[in-house]
Design a protein around this ligand. Structure first.
Ligand code: ADP
Length: 288
């Protein structure tokens, strides 16, 4: 089967700064590096590294050709990433010597994915494939509608959190994944705990406390694997990509989560995002 991921593609531009600038202040950076980022791209890379056939559906500007190349190098099918006449999304990240950061997000092309791009991709999708959506692009609702109608399994990673957007796609979902903060936000906004949601499988990830799976039958807790974390960026996206790749390969949920726990733990021992997501051989070799 295959995974179709309607998702964001960002240039993460990381500036090292002596301190986070105050309003009105002009400050020189002491370093600059550009990485591939965006929740969508991260999940595509994670699922591809986990061995799944991943088709990314998205948009970049002409300044984002390198990001598409990079996704391709990581094993993601990029034929449904359209180049449009706007700029590629950017996360301008300032990091001070203590690791404190400030982030400016420019949605750019992520917010303008053409409907025809989604339709062209979906014309190739087959019943039983997964359609994955997150909250950093346009067309989530259209995608979820279309995916469900076509017999795809629809998965939603509810980040960044927006209660209205979750509620709008909820009836179409087979799978919902949130972190602990997002799960509390959803409960506060709707009064519904994860176990009460009308979705077949809900996973709440809880950082160093592992993850909870709310399936049809009951709730199951999984402990995290103990590691010394150095950078937790991208742990959730890596976990999600690995779970979906496992399910797509026909694994039972427990086994897919087992693999994702290892991938998530390995990820927090590394600096960086998409570029350092572990591959299947590293995950399988990872001893508890
Ligand atoms: P997000 O990045 O979306 O906030 P989490 O922080 O919940 O997501 O992390 C996702 C998963 O990554 C967790 O469920 C866990 O399996 C793994 N993980 C995250 N932080 C740690 C940690 N400190 N030690 C071990 N595993 C971790």
């Amino acid at each position: 089967m295959a995974i179709w991921n309607l998702g964001s593609i960002n240039a993460d531009i990381v500036y090292s700064v002596p301190h986070i600038p105050a309003p009105g202040e002009t400050l020189s950076s002491t370093g600059r590096q550009t990485y591939l980022g965006g929740k969508g791209a991260n999940m595509s890379v994670a699922a591809a590294r986990a061995g799944a056939r991943v088709n990314h559906i998205g948009a970049v500007g002409a300044d984002g050709r390198w990001a598409v190349e990079r996704l391709l190098e990581y094993g993601v099918d990029t034929r449904n990433i359209t180049e449009i006449a706007t700029e590629t999304a950017q996360a301008i990240i300032m990091v001070d010597p203590k690791g404190e950061n400030a982030i400016l997000l420019h949605l750019g092309a992520n917010a303008e994915i053409p409907q025809t791009t989604l339709q062209t991709a979906m014309a190739e999708a087959e019943t039983g494939d997964w359609l994955v959506i997150q909250n950093e692009t346009n067309l989530q609702r259209t995608g979820a509608n279309l995916g469900k109608k076509m017999g795809l399994k629809v998965a939603y990673a509810a980040a960044p959190f927006d209660a209205d957007r979750v509620m709008a796609v909820l009836p179409h979902l087979d799978f919902l994944i949130l972190n602990a903060v997002e799960a509390s936000q959803l409960e506060a906004a709707t009064g519904q705990a994860p176990a009460d949601l009308p979705v077949q499988d809900v996973i709440v990830t809880r950082g160093a406390d592992g993850a909870d799976w709310y399936g049809r039958a009951d709730k199951q807790h999984f402990d995290a694997i103990k590691v010394d974390p150095v950078d937790t960026t991208g742990a959730g996206d890596t976990f999600t990509g690995y779970v979906l790749a496992g399910l797509d390969r026909g694994m039972p949920m427990e086994q897919a989560i087992g693999m994702a726990l290892k991938a998530g733990a390995l990820m927090v021992t590394r600096h960086g995002t998409a570029d350092v997501i572990p591959d299947l051989s590293e995950v399988q070799a990872f001893q508890l």
